[in-house]
Design a protein around this ligand. Structure first.
Ligand SMILES: [Fe+2]
Length: 453
């Protein structure tokens, strides 16, 4: 602390700052001064604008980026459906493929690596709510890939922003705005529309993705915490401009559009942006830089104190998606049951584990690369073993979760589980409840009645 130790060293440069207006040019003089769209660019570049919000969104929400590139994005052949009978990440758009809404607590064994597929084909929708065609809701994915994307392929999702949480392996992501290296214990957000190509410098990769169909991720308000703490804005890293000159090769542009895959051909690289400026960009963040806030007196605070990023609904304080982490931290609360309390929540909670062990689940069933889902009002809490341990623990200061990193995708929406998530993947633990909570014993003792003297 305050940063993660990575086995794979960083190799790219970044700009620092969340929600900052950034600009980057690979060749000095690329960005026009004082205007956006000159009649003739001095280097013969085309001007293109990428809008992440409506033009007229309020200033506090408005996300636009200007790019200066060799050939505009619109120069391509028609998009044609690809793998139309097999590729689907939007069950709402394919009603015969059932999505299951069930109140059971669910837990998954670690998801398998798959060395036969690339990034585009690695995406398995596990659970979700809403529909990207209506720009509402979210999707929760497991990815597992073992192959680089084709040398002349680029992918984008028109459906939402990808928040990528690697669990295993390294992602080298070339985006239109520059390159990002993402390792376990880092996260990366690729906003809607950005084209990118993923290669795997250390072989197979696996992790989790939250795709946000509506709005954007923001830093949570800090309220009485003040002006610093949790994820600090300066620690978010944004790529710098990096371009190729290639107007001869055949490129394939893959589009995830309403959950289905399309492909168009073009004769130029999409990675030809010589300079850019704006507020709409991909970024990454090292979870080791998270400044953990916790109780120094008594009681276990709400897990909202661990929120890294939030995407709010139209109702203040109620998130379509919160990204919450449980990093290593000191537990010092006195006379307190230190793990989370038992609860039922109007929000749904999808959890994953990047590494180590989560303190509320010590029974061994919640493992790195696995997951759990506690849906709207589905009761949960520490398993029986964790309860007994914590309720009898010596309450000296303890460093919890050394080397561990659990996380949660929390949503105000009831999420459904896909057929793949519930059945095809064959990872659901049938005995989750039976092993975790049915062994809980009553400890109730009636107080001894006071005898009147
Ligand atoms: Fe919970």
């Amino acid at each position: 602390m305050p940063s993660s130790k990575f086995a794979h060293s960083e190799k790219y440069r970044y700009l620092n700052g969340f929600s900052s207006y950034h600009e980057s040019e690979a060749i000095e003089g690329t960005l026009p001064i004082g205007m956006n769209s000159p009649q003739k660019h001095p280097y013969g570049l085309y001007t293109e604008k990428l809008s992440g919000t409506a033009f007229t969104a309020p200033r506090t929400e408005n996300l636009q980026t200007w790019v200066y590139r060799i050939i505009p994005s619109c120069s391509h052949g028609n998009f044609e459906p690809r793998e139309s009978s097999t590729y689907n990440t939007n069950p709402e758009n394919k009603p015969y493929e059932k999505i299951h809404h069930i109140p059971n607590q669910l837990r998954w064994d670690p998801f398998d690596l798959d060395e036969t597929v690339d990034w585009v084909h690695s995406l398995h929708l596990v659970a979700g709510a809403g529909d990207p065609t209506m720009k509402n809701g979210l999707g929760m994915y497991i990815y597992a890939a073992g192959k680089d994307m084709g040398e002349h392929e680029a992918f984008y999702s028109a459906d939402g922003d990808f928040l990528i949480v690697p669990q295993h392996g390294v992602l080298d992501i070339r985006t239109e705005l520059g390159r990002i290296l993402v390792r376990p214990k880092e996260i990366c957000v690729i906003p809607r529309g950005f084209k990118y190509r993923v290669t795997l410098p250390e072989g197979p990769v696996r992790g989790y993705i939250l795709e946000l169909y509506q709005g954007q991720f923001k830093l949570p308000e800090l309220g009485p915490i003040g002006s610093n703490g949790l994820a600090n804005a300066r620690d978010f890293q944004v790529p710098v401009a990096d371009f190729d000159e290639d107007t001869d090769s055949e490129w394939h542009i893959l589009s995830k559009f309403a959950g289905h895959l399309f492909q168009a051909k073009q004769t130029h690289t999409p990675f030809d942006v010589v300079g850019w400026h704006g507020l709409y960009y991909p970024y990454k963040y090292d979870l080791g830089r998270f400044n953990v806030i916790g109780s120094t007196s008594y009681d276990h605070p709400d897990p909202s104190i661990f929120t890294v990023l939030t995407a709010q609904s139209d109702h203040a304080g109620t998130a379509i998606a919160d990204f919450v982490i449980f990093p290593p931290r000191w537990l010092v609360a006195e006379n307190t049951f230190r793990p989370p309390w038992y609860h039922r929540n109007t929000m749904s909670e999808f959890m994953g584990l990047i590494d180590g062990q989560y303190d509320a689940k010590t029974g061994g069933g919640f493992q790195p690369a696995g997951a759990s889902l506690h849906n709207v009002m589905s009761a949960h809490g520490p398993d029986a073993g964790a309860y007994e341990k914590a309720s009898n623990a010596d309450l000296k200061p303890v460093k919890e979760g050394e080397g561990s990193m659990a996380f949660m995708f929390e949503s105000c929406l009831m999420v459904g589980v896909t057929e793949w998530g519930l059945k095809t993947c064959k990872k659901v633990q049938a005995e989750y409840n039976a092993e975790s909570w049915q062994p809980l014993k009553p400890h109730f003792k009636r107080p001894t009645p006071k005898v009147a003297s």
